[in-house]
Design a protein around this ligand. Sequence first.
Ligand code: HEC
Length: 447
Amino acid sequence: MHKRSVICLGKGLFGVALVGLLATPLLAAEVGSVDWSQVPVSKPRLFYPGQSSYEWLRIEDHKKASNEVKGGEACLKCHKGEQKSLGGILVEEGRLEPDPIDGKSGYKRIEVQAAHDAENIYLRVSWESDAEVEGNLGNFIRSEGGEWAFWGNHRQHETVLDEEQPAIYPDRLGIMIGDNSVPLYPEHGCWMTCHDSLVGMPEEADEDEVAEHPVIGKLYEKFGVKNEHVRKFLPGSRDDETSWDTVKAEGDLAALRKKGAFLDLIIWDASLTNPVDYAADFNVLEIKKVDAGDSPLLPNGKMIGGPEYMFDTAKVGYAALTEDDLNDPAKAKHLILGVNTAPYDAGAIEDGGLLPAHVLDPQKASGSAADVQAKGTWEDGTYTVVLSRKLDTGHPDDDIALKVGSIYTFGFSIHDDAAGKRAHQVSFPVTVSIGAGAADIQAVTLK
Ligand code: HEC
């Protein structure tokens, strides 16, 4: 594959990146087509946030800062350079962390590079994993005496804490994107979506109430999601901005979307999206939900109710994995339609056999849910993920249309070492300039 080059990179009068002549001809947008050695590296600082919800930030416990936060003061106005010490405190047991994770790191520096051309944005993100092994295992189901049961869960799940199940959960990179169309998002970033009612938070909403809620419950029904927790939402989507169940009327939400008053959320997942070169594409307004269209991810039949696919023995040498196979890097861990699957045959699987609970079908990917191409690799403990997306995806209800000449606010998050839910490291707001002058990250202009 040819690499596109960026040469003569310099700063113009207004700090705008200038790009000179091309060394190689223009190529179609492709993940991996950018010569990253020419693109400057920024190093956002991520830290463990514990239960520091948007509600907590605006009560007196947030020392002498609650009024300032309510008044719109930026986190970084007071906390610049404090990420390492904040994370060090918050990762330990304390008022904002009732369930600490042994050995979890409170601080993580990631490396980010960005580039764009007239049509696409390209990002390259790299980080050192907390775990010593690649975290590319997803949800599994296990054959037990003719029945199927889920196998493995995230590190803080009760079945893992009780040592009934192994800690198996995929590593993830989250990128939240927005601008001041969401008032205060440039100042407060991801925290605006984090509330006490979310899973693992101090006032986790009752699952039955969530299921019965006329808007949120209905949405879950529509997505076929069984696990009924409150997910990220923006205060602007509520009549009472922090209570999960006061969702604004449909017409008001539609008007907010039309104004672009929602967030874009890309989640690259080492197991559920990476094997077929995608990242998942979500948006956050009344709830965090996957964009319209079809992602390449499908449940494997009825999962514990009976899978539809197993591995194709002729292709990979086995129908199901054993527990030992999970630690063998040479063994295929993902069912990819058209590549390594065969129709499920109960007779081919021994007791204890493991199958992925999901199937990936790259042919199915279409529409807004399939806007983000991505490829991640893991080497000696370091992930490197390259992502690309159209600046304007043409899906204005789900995606923020990025414009050349603008600055956006990004929030980065990392989940690794089988961490689930809120056990991630996150960044304070990070500014990204697409040909618009000074920012934390400059997207270099490619020709
Ligand atoms: C007006 C200044 C100010 C602003 C603005 C501010 N903070 Fe704070 N924050 C403080 C002070 C002071 C403390 C207590 C001392 C400390 O731990 O640094 C604190 C503590 C915290 C803690 C708890 C650390 C612990 O000891 O447990 C977190 C988490 C936090 N802030 C996050 C944020 C976030 C996120 C924002 C933006 C939404 C924010 N802060 C905005 C001043 C501020």
